[in-house]
Design a protein around this ligand. Structure first.
Ligand code: PAF
Length: 288
């Protein structure tokens, strides 16, 4: 199945995706893949534009992956806006959209799970059982289906990015993983498809998460006590209106283990609940 509008072609099956990729390969073109779950925002579009600068052709994928949602999570409610997304991708100059149905990705009899030990059990993984197994499984499939030269993932999902780097290294998948800096609203809130769940009052409170982790990261960079910086960040997040914190941690930027040595690259990562919405964010520790 292929739909044509302007220069953007949408395909829903792996054979059509591969035919298009093979035709580009025969022309000697380089290919970037930008996996998404749709409901595209400016952050996604920034990734598409970077993809188009780094490669001759860009493929966006839209697939709301059921395997990465827990039973109590928002799989059914997750925003789906395929025609608006199509227009945005077309305007950004993306050449190919791969938007498979669930049955095409997980046909009857599908039995494989990709599990990355350790990295998937901490931080978000400790609060979302099985989430990263679902992410790793679908990302492995998308990379092998499209076989791009590069694939771009946002730093907003920093643990996901770290896990995908491990996946690609461990399975020798021949692709360069590019981490793209988080795109933020003017008040600092990280762009996310889930921000639409926030009420107006919650939307006004939401930047407290970014402010708190940025202050913690600066305090650590300035030589402040790490435990004290984390405690202050927790208290600021709660004062800012969040009702519950899953974690606020200073971690090694590559291994995600607790940061113990100030000379190592570090990241402050957090997840907290604002009303019914769970927000995550992270920032680099800005050593001078
Ligand atoms: O970050 C996302 O949108 C998803 O986790 C991804 C990488 C597209 C896998 O479903």
């Amino acid at each position: 199945m292929a739909t044509y509008t302007g220069n953007l072609v949408a395909v829903r099956d792996v054979d059509s995706l591969r035919r298009r990729v093979q035709a580009w390969r025969r022309e000697g073109l380089s290919i970037a893949l930008v996996p998404t779950m749709g409901a595209l925002h400016d952050g996604h579009i920034a990734n598409m534009k970077i993809a188009l600068k780094m490669a001759d052709r860009a493929i966006a994928t839209i697939f709301v992956n059921p395997k990465q949602f827990g039973p109590a999570e928002d799989f059914l409610a997750y925003p789906r806006r395929e025609s608006e997304d199509f227009e945005l991708l077309s305007a950004a100059g993306v050449q190919l959209l791969f938007a498979p149905e669930v049955a095409a990705m997980y046909p009857v009899g599908f039995a494989t799970t990709v599990r990355i030990a350790g990295l998937t059990d901490i931080l978000d993984g400790a609060h979302r059982a099985g989430h990263f197994d679902g992410v790793a499984t679908v990302v492995a499939k998308l990379l092998l289906q499209a076989r791009p030269d590069i694939a771009l993932f946002g730093e907003k999902d920093y643990q996901q990015l770290t896990i995908i780097r491990r996946l690609v290294a461990d399975l020798n998948i021949p692709v360069d993983i590019i981490g793209v800096p988080t795109v933020r609203e003017p008040d600092g809130l990280a762009m996310s498809s889930r921000n639409i769940y926030l009420t107006a009052a919650e939307r006004a409170q939401a930047p407290a998460l970014y402010r708190a982790i940025s202050a913690a990261a600066s305090a650590i960079a300035g030589g402040g006590d790490m435990a004290a910086a984390m405690a202050t960040a927790r208290s600021e997040i709660l004062k800012g209106g969040f009702r519950e914190i899953d974690y606020v941690e200073a971690s090694h930027a590559e291994t995600l283990a607790p940061l113990t040595n100030r000379s190592d690259p570090g990241r402050v990562l957090a997840a907290a609940h604002l009303g019914l919405t769970r927000l995550i964010d992270n920032v680099a520790i800005p050593y001078a």
